[in-house]
Structure formats: structure tokens, C-alpha cells
Design a binder for this molecule. Structure first.
Ligand SMILES: O=C(O)c1ccccc1NCC(=O)[C@H](O)[C@H](O)COP(=O)(O)O
Length: 258
């Protein structure tokens, strides 16, 4: 971020953000206030590599992958823009923005308002705020700035205390990441134990660890309105079909649990 800031100062990025086309409504795309809870929404991620798994996929054409995701029924596309650990970039976000007209999540580790302006300047509609990485004041301040810019916020949690903090920040889209970001361990059972703590009305997102339709059914049957999937999609030869399969598995599990 510091390197980018030296190239384009905050004033310049703000100007570009304010000139960008208005943000799309990711909250509505994920179900909105009267969430259509009979349909599991999919946030499909563009992720080349990760600290836990190393190289996952070369993704030479992120725009083409995004089109497949949208055709398969993804509601939102997550684009990892962090460069050093995930081999992503804002250029990826630009090319995906030009290719699809569904909401985009700029997936990065937001620690500074500069990144929020930058996200909007590059066409993002949703940003990620990780509760564990931010103070309550930053959560409030960054959420407010995102709202001012017309964007929504996915507030990521991993513990009951973090869910309380997300709720206190009036988060409307709350994710439970089952990957522990300190150890990188994935514990899928964590979702079921935490989802009930999320306030009614919020869109509940199960993040990480989806390998197959059974994992999707597990999350959907335990209160997920949406799933965020990276590795399973980027390493699949037919991601469009995989998303459709995940949506069907989610709808069936939701029907049973209702
Ligand atoms: O994926 C990682 O190894 C990772 C490590 C440290 C911080 C964040 C990390 N991932 C970000 C994510 O939250 C996932 O990319 C996302 O939930 C999708 O997960 P998956 O479907 O398991 O690829």
C-alpha cells in the first residue's frame, strides 16, 4: 500500500473513486433485508495462491473466470488484490470489473482508509473488514466511509467476541471464517457453533473450507445465507457447473432445515 500511495496520493485516488460508476448493491445481491433464505448465495473467489496452500491456479485471465462464475449463478465475485501472499492485484479487479455486472468484493486486509477509496476507484462494491485486525473505532470509521461511498462491508469474524464487536458496529453482512488466520487451520464445525450468535437480519456468510456439496449442505443447514468459496472453484475445470451444484446443494439443505 505504501508503494501505491507514493505513486497515487489519497487526493488522486479520492478523485478517481468519486468519478467511478456508482457501486452495485451487494447487500441486495446477497439476499437483502427480506433475504430470500430459500436460495444459498455464492461469493466466488479469484485466488491464485494462499499462505496455507501455496500456488492454487495460475488464472491468466481473471475476467474469463469471472464470467464463468457469473454464468454459474454467483451473486458476488471476490477478487483477492493482496500481492505478496496471494499474487493478486488491483489490475485483476479492474479486468473483472470490466467483464461482469454483478457486485465485486475487493478482498484484501483493510487497515487504512486509503484502501477503501482505492477499492471504490477500482469498481469494488463490497470491502472486507476483519474484526481481529481492527479496533472498534476503525470498524466504525471504515464501515461509515464504505457506506458513504455506496459500498457494503463484509465483516469477518472467528470468535463469539468478534461477532459481538461486528454486531456493535451494526454490520449487515457478517462472515464466519472457519480458517484460523493465526494457525491457518480450517475447522468447519466452527460455523455451526457460531452462526447462532449472529443477530437476526444480518446476512450470514460461511467463509472458507468448502470442498464439495456436502460441505455446502453443512453450512446451509446450519444457518448460512451465503458461502465464500476460493480454492474449490479455482482448482476446478468447470467452475460454472460447480457453482450451480453448490447452489442446488444449499437450497436442498435450507429446505430441510426450515
Ligand atoms: O487462504 C488462506 O490461506 C489465508 C491465509 C491467511 C489469511 C487469509 C486467507 N484466506 C482468505 C480467505 O478468507 C479465503 O480465501 C476465503 O475464505 C476462501 O477460502 P477457501 O474456499 O478455503 O479457499
Amino acid at each position: 500500500m505504501a508503494a501505491r500511495q507514493r505513486l497515487s496520493g489519497l487526493a488522486e485516488v479520492k478523485e478517481r473513486a468519486l468519478a467511478a460508476a456508482p457501486a452495485l448493491d451487494a447487500w441486495a445481491a446477497l439476499g437483502g433485508p427480506s433475504a430470500q433464505r430459500d436460495e444459498l448465495k455464492v461469493i466466488a473467489e479469484i485466488k491464485r495462491r494462499s499462505p496455507s496452500k501455496g500456488d492454487l491456479a495460475s488464472i491468466t485471465d481473471p475476467a474469463a473466470l469471472a464470467v464463468q462464475y457469473a454464468d454459474g449463478g454467483a451473486s458476488v465475485i471476490s477478487v483477492l488484490t493482496e500481492e505478496r501472499r496471494f499474487n493478486g492485484s488491483l489490475a485483476d479487479l479492474d479486468s473483472v470489473r470490466a467483464a461482469v455486472d454483478i457486485p465485486l468484493l475487493r478482498k484484501d486486509f483493510t487497515v487504512d482508509e486509503y484502501q477503501i477509496w482505492e477499492a471504490r476507484a477500482h469498481g469494488a462494491d463490497l470491502i472486507l473488514l476483519i474484526v481481529a485486525a481492527l479496533s472498534d473505532a476503525q470498524l466504525q470509521e471504515f464501515s461509515a466511509l464504505s457506506r458513504e461511498l455506496g459500498m457494503n462491508v463484509l465483516v469477518e469474524t472467528h470468535t463469539p467476541e468478534e461477532i459481538e464487536r461486528a454486531a456493535a458496529a451494526q454490520a449487515r453482512i457478517i462472515g464466519v471464517n472457519v480458517r484460523n488466520l493465526k494457525t491457518l487451520d480450517v475447522d468447519r464445525s466452527l460455523f455451526a457453533s457460531l452462526a447462532g450468535n449472529i443477530p437476526a437480519g444480518a446476512v450470514v456468510v460461511a467463509e472458507s473450507g468448502v470442498r464439495n456439496a456436502d460441505d455446502v449442505a453443512h453450512y446451509a443447514g446450519n444457518g448460512a445465507h451465503a458461502i465464500l468459496v476460493g480454492e474449490a472453484l479455482v482448482s476446478d475445470a468447470t467452475p460454472r457447473e460447480r457453482i450451480a451444484e453448490f447452489k442446488a446443494a444449499g437450497a436442498a439443505a435450507m429446505a430441510v432445515s426450515r
